[in-house]
Design a protein around this ligand. Structure first.
Ligand SMILES: [Zn+2]
Length: 80
């Protein structure tokens, strides 16, 4: 009954994922120019922004992914 009081959207985190390589740690946000405030998300592995999607994942999954990366284990997600 404890979870009935918690908003389920609080448990999830929005993150960018690259559909081409399946990584949620490779996409980075950069500004198009130093003057403009427009942000572009680009995958560092693929060096393109073509396959970037915004997905909702549990925050603990993002944490697990970053911990695995520190042990040189990479997760690949398949997004449909
Ligand atoms: Zn990629």
């Amino acid at each position: 009954m404890l979870f009935s009081f918690i908003d389920p959207f609080v448990l999830f985190s929005k993150t960018h994922c690259c559909k081409l390589c399946g990584s949620i740690v490779s996409p980075i946000t950069t500004s198009t120019t130093s003057v403009s405030s427009k942000k572009v998300v680009t995958c560092r592995s693929c060096e393109t922004s073509k396959g970037i999607e915004l997905i909702a994942v549990p925050y603990v999954f993002r944490y697990l992914t970053s911990e695995l990366i520190s042990m040189n284990i990479r997760l690949n997600l398949t997004i449909k």
